[in-house]
Ligand binder design. Structure first.
Ligand SMILES: NC(=O)c1ccc[n+]([C@@H]2O[C@H](COP(=O)([O-])OP(=O)(O)OC[C@H]3O[C@@H](n4cnc5c(N)ncnc54)[C@H](OP(=O)(O)O)[C@@H]3O)[C@@H](O)[C@H]2O)c1
Length: 317
């Protein structure tokens, strides 16, 4: 089968389409004919460090196949699998380093997938798992409910476009932060208010947000403290550096304000919550661009600009 693989690590890591063996499935897995995948910053960040050289335990044959998100059709199921059948349309991802999703077939554990929403295409479904689960799991920490005041920084990106819609679907009053060119997009997603971060320092203002969700991974509890209610929560997508340090810092200097990082994980139950949001019309994936597997380098180049408006999708079938 054809798959997008990577050679080397660091900024010079190269993407290649190669012929590789079809993955073999275990008792709790399914084999998915992948119709589409999508790009997340993690995909290319992984190639910048040594972890791109670490094989995925138990599936050495998929060593270099990239990609996490997948949407496709089940063509084979393991002996323990009863809740999915051959022919089912599914979507999901697996955070064991990589799902190895950017290939014609991928093996994935059933606890990491759900049935695809009935009202969207494979390309749209492939945009959902990693980014939308990140936003959902950030808000589950809140928790966000009717009347909560939520600020989403990075509202026009892959995670942010889902975050605005999911927070609204959970009943929150939502403010989005983006650059001027994306105000219309973020407003169209349902934001009650939109702040253009290029027009002054919004972080210097006093506000009383119950939850500040930083989907840019640039901010910290310290930089956003004045925006937060007394017992407000700051949630970051950053997995390293100052933002993470602040997330774990004792609350001594911030009163009862607190911070936590979100580490996305895929669970069928959370994907099913997203399926409900999508099928009810509350959440619609925003697609920045669609690229064929053969042109995957273009998809990565686009996402690496940091200017994606929604998700960059890779069409495989
Ligand atoms: N911890 C986890 O589990 C987890 C999960 C998912 C993602 N992440 C991380 O979260 C970050 C976002 O991921 P993503 O998929 O949403 O990335 P993305 O799609 O590449 O986000 C791009 C967006 O960021 C916006 N942006 C850039 N600088 C900004 C700023 N200073 N203020 C507000 N918005 C700004 C851009 O809007 P403009 O063009 O308008 O500036 C663009 O729309 C990445 O660092 C990713 O690695 C972590």
């Amino acid at each position: 089968m054809k798959a997008a693989t990577t050679r080397g690590f660091g900024p010079r890591a190269r993407l290649m389409i190669k012929d590789v063996n079809k993955p073999k499935i275990g008792a709790d897995d399914v084999l998915v004919e992948v119709h589409a995948s999508s790009v997340n910053p993690k995909d290319w960040k992984l190639n910048y460090n040594i972890s791109s050289l670490v094989p995925k335990v138990g599936s050495l044959s998929n060593f270099h196949i990239i990609g996490d998100d997948l949407a496709g059709v089940i063509v084979e199921r393991g002996s323990n699998v009863s809740n999915f059948k051959v022919g089912d349309k599914v979507y999901g991802m697996d955070m064991r380093l990589r799902t190895a999703a950017c290939g014609e077939y991928a093996c994935i554990a059933t606890k990491r997938i759900a049935h695809m929403p009935k009202n969207i295409s494979f390309n749209e479904a492939a945009a959902v798992p990693l980014a939308a689960l990140t936003a959902l799991q950030a808000f589950q920490m809140g928790p966000v409910s009717d009347g909560s005041k939520v600020l989403v920084i990075g509202a026009s990106g892959g995670v942010g476009t889902f975050a605005i819609q999911i927070a609204k679907a959970m009943g929150a009053e939502v403010t989005g932060v983006c650059s001027g060119k994306n105000i219309e997009l973020v407003t169209s997603l349902g934001a009650d208010k939109v702040i253009d971060y290029t027009q002054g320092d919004f972080k210097a203002e006093n506000n009383n947000f119950d939850l500040v969700f930083d989907a840019t991974a640039y901010e910290s509890l310290t930089t956003c403290a004045s925006l937060m209610a007394e017992d407000g929560l700051f949630v970051t997508t950053s997995g390293h550096g100052k933002a993470l340090f602040n997330a774990y810092r004792p609350h001594l200097f911030m009163g009862s304000k607190s911070a936590r990082p979100v580490w996305v994980e895929s669970y069928t139950s959370d994907l099913e919550i997203l399926t409900d949001f999508i099928e009810s019309g509350a959440v619609t994936p925003v697609i920045d661009s669609v690229h064929q597997l053969a042109n995957i380098e273009d998809a990565y180049t686009r996402n690496k600009t940091g200017r994606s408006r929604g998700k960059v999708v890779i069409q495989i079938v």
